[in-house]
Ligand binder design. Sequence first.
Ligand SMILES: Cc1cc2nc3c(=O)[nH]c(=O)nc-3n(C[C@H](O)[C@H](O)[C@H](O)COP(=O)(O)OP(=O)(O)OC[C@H]3O[C@@H](n4cnc5c(N)ncnc54)[C@H](O)[C@@H]3O)c2cc1C
Length: 404
Amino acid sequence: MPINLEDPKKFRPLVGQAHQVAMNMLRPISRKYDRAEHAYPKELDMLAAMIDGLSESGASEGAGAAGVRRDEKETETGVKNGANLASVMSIAEMCWGDVGLLLSMPRQGLGNSAIASVADDEQLERFAGVWAGMAITEPGTGSDSANIKTTAVLDGDEYVLNGEKIYVTAGDRADHIVVWATLDRSLGRAAIKSFVVPKGTPGMRVDRLEHKLGIRASDTATIIFEDCRVPKENLLGSPEIDPKQGFAGAMATFDNTRPLVAAMAVGCARAALDLTRDLLAEAGVTVDYDRPAHLQSAAAAKFLQMEADWEAAHLLMLQAAWMADNRKPNSLEASMAKAKAGRVGSDITLSCVELCGSVGYSEAELLEKWARDSKILDIFEGTQQIQQLIIARRVLGLTSAELK
Ligand SMILES: Cc1cc2nc3c(=O)[nH]c(=O)nc-3n(C[C@H](O)[C@H](O)[C@H](O)COP(=O)(O)OP(=O)(O)OC[C@H]3O[C@@H](n4cnc5c(N)ncnc54)[C@H](O)[C@@H]3O)c2cc1C
């Protein structure tokens, strides 16, 4: 089936609204919360209430991470533009405003995507409206997420969790955390499951917050679990340990979240490109999209090359989300989108600082902030190197044991 390169018409109002919110509500407080690291952006409460209202009225199909869901229904044509596509498009717009603030939006956490991806219908209903962070990383476990040491032991009707999770985005502010833990370390990756833990559960505590290079509006927490008991119904998906399925259960989350992180990078890079084009124009450099780059100034040629990189990342993002909407396996495409967008997002934002010189480097504009913010998008939810490894395995048909 040919790919349609135009944005779906039905999402134009949603994208327009997200752009207005980014411009009028996020941009004006962007610098304030970059400086006031760890201060709660209270302005977002009103915004979250508005988004809830839109979702309830059906006016918004997936305004954020919480909208992501593999739809089971077939459409008449067999092809649909659904919640995943709506989410990446609106998230990109919101990140044109501010990535750190998007990551701080109540009820739009990456844990919400995990719930949406893996939960059964009863759990979906029970956890509707929560704000969930996602806790995978541990002091000894980053890229190698199969190495998780946090344990979950069944005791009567409850699982007892023990372990330490670090770098949990929204870990302090979210009201629930989706925790990855192993049911049995001797059984390897197949025994890793995710558990929804409500804040305030005895045995769970936020230990500290990190100071960071970028996305300073977003809180990043260390969370300790000591004999923390959750009902056994809070395990997401199946409690069976199926070595054939391997890591697939919990990992399915990444197929939905990686396109979202790609969208964040696409939005942040777009912001840098738009401002740089204006600043270049003020300095007398116009970028002509209809003339070959080598006939234009060096600055314009560099700008056109960045536009091409941006477009490639944008299209890969759309493809990965569209495949999720249409229930096509998209692990390869999700990693391709994240790898491309993560890398060019960093390259573009830093190159925009370079093109704008001292104005780019100074706090008078947001360019230097976007260069700091975008770096994390090439690190979390799987680093650049890990995405390339996953892509290589898929393309070459090799297992994780065969290509490490
Ligand atoms: C601001 C921030 C927010 C975060 N939010 C969350 C969150 O919400 N939830 C969560 O669970 N985690 C979160 N993380 C953690 C993040 O996902 C990890 O930092 C990331 O997965 C990398 O793990 P690591 O830092 O342990 O690096 P390592 O895994 O130690 O990697 C170090 C370097 O080695 C490279 N490398 C590793 N293995 C290979 C290999 N096999 N081949 C080639 N190169 C390799 C990596 O690409 C990287 O460049 C966050 C981190 C930050 C900084």
